[in-house]
Ligand binder design. Structure first.
Ligand code: NAP
Ligand code: G3P
Length: 488
């Protein structure tokens, strides 16, 4: 498989291609094209030209065309899931679910788009104006050309959840997937491209570090919709701001970034259920989810029992190849990701944390583990333990004991991130007391963090993002309000 770029619905060859190897067995999966600056420009020119046509297509017609993408995803779900599984090391069952979830995302988003309404406002509610003296008709209009950049861990779903709302809002798209994920993303781009008017979606591949700035700075970018790390998100933000100085208008970013989701378990929690949720949340797909549970704070003397139950559940997890049945822990996406996880583990141990199992690694496969501390660290000391607030993106879970609920809240908020947090307690008043004080965008009560269901809004505070995605929310985030005021 040697994949080209797709610009104006034409397969475009490049001078250079890069090979992609399976995370599972290191077999060669194929090659993707490394775009150059001229091709980046061509993709935007195509998107700009297509915008004139696509933005005029009725919502009904748009949904009829986009739904064909969902149909094909379902028809080819096994083929796509198998490649996805190899390419990013996701267990096959989750990969299959990702493809089906993406098709469902498309169907429901199409229904939502058709039901979205504008507003009519009357001047009469304001001092000095008569009833119906002025009437405002407000509708949503597209922004223009949206650059969609997706991360490696959900190469289909996090691409679809950008591209589809962008298109439904009437925008056209330049789509750049992650390097590891480019092969499966090509299939998606091909399906979109053949079902939509020419140039509505253009597919550019290449290494983010090499073509990222060219993509973001391009004069035809009206919005960047990015999901990935906070580090790259901040870089894109500054490049966009800098390039906006040379352009007409302020170019807005929409970003879902890193997370360090904390689970707070109080003395009033249902211990069994909380343990199951936390193990699922922390270890599924080897912890490579922005919404993975990435640290746990346990109140008081349930700590020892809770920890031993966590250990029992964790040790049940099957480790192996993504294509094995029932496997949960698979090799991490890259050697640098595995090195980073190992570094965080040893740093924590050197700073006084204990561990359940000795650190075990086989190439990029990191065996699941729990770091724990029943000592009460002060704020300064706990922040020195890197895994306390750095995103491990690996199956290693740090667990801390706290004395009081207020201490848990304080430590939970001692974070640069604000994606989601979880509160485990059977006391609803306690749950709300904690939830109201946590600084993350979403608080889950008695369940692990989760982006879904996909119709819910998804956003991050602090360094976890800017703007809100979801279904309706994403369509709105990629539109602007336009009003026509009738003066009677
Ligand atoms: P990443 O390294 O930040 O890469 C994300 C995307 O940005 C990739 O397509 C990457 O391309 C591209 N990129 C890299 N440098 C760029 C640049 N200078 N300009 C423009 N694009 C650039 O993240 P990742 O490792 O793929 O994903 C893991 C991270 O994403 C974690 O931090 C995780 O928390 C976060 N994430 C957040 C959410 C959320 O919804 N909040 C969801 C999923 C993941 P290359 O692959 O070619 O470098
Ligand atoms: O890291 C990807 C993020 O969007 C998580 O999605 O469905 O695993 O909560 P989900």
């Amino acid at each position: 498989m040697k994949n080209d770029l797709i610009i104006n619905a034409i397969k475009v060859k490049t001078e250079k291609y890069q090979k992609v190897f399976s995370v599972s067995d290191n077999s060669e999966l194929g090659e993707f094209a490394l775009a150059n600056g001229l091709q980046v420009n061509d993709a935007y020119t195509a998107a700009r030209d297509a915008y004139k046509i696509w933005s005029e297509v009725s919502t009904y017609e748009k949904t009829e065309l986009i739904k064909r993408v969902a149909e094909e995803l379902i028809l080819r779900k096994e083929e796509i899931a198998k490649l996805l599984s190899h390419e990013v090391g996701k267990p096959y069952a989750s990969a299959l679910d990702e493809v089906v979830r993406s098709a469902e995302f498309i169907y429901t988003s199409c229904e939502i788009a058709k039901s979205m309404e504008g507003r009519v406002l009357d001047s009469g509610m304001m001092r000095g104006y008569k009833h119906s003296q002025k009437v405002s008709i407000v509708t949503k209009v597209p922004i223009g050309v949206v650059l969609c950049i997706s991360p490696f861990n959900y190469p289909i779903n996090l691409s679809v959840s950008k591209i589809v709302p962008a298109l439904l809002a009437g925008n056209t798209v330049v789509f750049k997937p992650a390097t590891q994920g480019s092969l499966v993303a090509y299939i998606l781009a091909e399906i979109f491209s053949k079902n939509l008017p020419t140039g509505s979606l253009n597919f550019i591949t290449g290494k983010g570090a090499e073509i990222g700035d060219l993509l973001v700075q391009n004069e035809n970018v009206d919005m960047v919709n990015f999901t990935g790390s906070t580090e790259v998100g901040k870089h894109i933000y500054s490049v966009l701001a800098e390039s906006s100085q040379r352009k007409v208008g302020f170019k807005t970013p929409l970003m879902e970034l890193g997370g360090k989701d904390v689970a707070i378990v109080t003395k009033k929690a249902d211990v069994q259920k909380s343990v199951q949720q936390i193990v699922k949340g922390a270890f599924s797909y080897s912890g490579q989810r922005c919404t993975a549970v990435k640290k746990v704070l346990i109140q008081g003397d349930i700590f020892d029992v809770f920890l031993s139950l966590l250990q029992i559940e964790m040790n049940k997890l099957k480790v192996g190849s993504p294509l094995d049945t029932n496997v949960v822990i698979t090799p991490l996406i890259s050697t640098s990701a595995a090195n980073y996880a190992e570094e965080l583990f040893h740093d924590a141990v050197s700073k006084g944390m204990n561990f359940i199992n000795p650190f075990k690694r086989d190439k990029n496969l990191i065996y699941p583990n729990i770091l724990f501390s029943s000592a009460t660290f002060d704020e300064k000391k706990i922040k020195e333990i890197r895994i306390f607030d750095e995103e491990q993106f690996a199956p290693i879970l740090p667990v801390f004991q706290v004395e009081t609920i207020d201490q848990a809240i304080k430590l939970a908020n001692l974070s640069e991130y604000g994606l989601q947090s979880d509160v485990f307690t059977q006391d609803i008043n306690e749950a709300f007391y904690i939830a109201n004080q946590l600084e993350s965008s979403t608080i889950q009560i008695n369940a692990k963090s989760d982006r879904g269901p996909d119709n819910f809004p998804f956003a991050g505070t602090k360094n976890s993002g800017i703007g809100v995605q979801g279904m309706k929310d994403a369509i709105e985030s990629m539109s602007i309000d336009k009003q026509i005021v009738v003066n009677f």
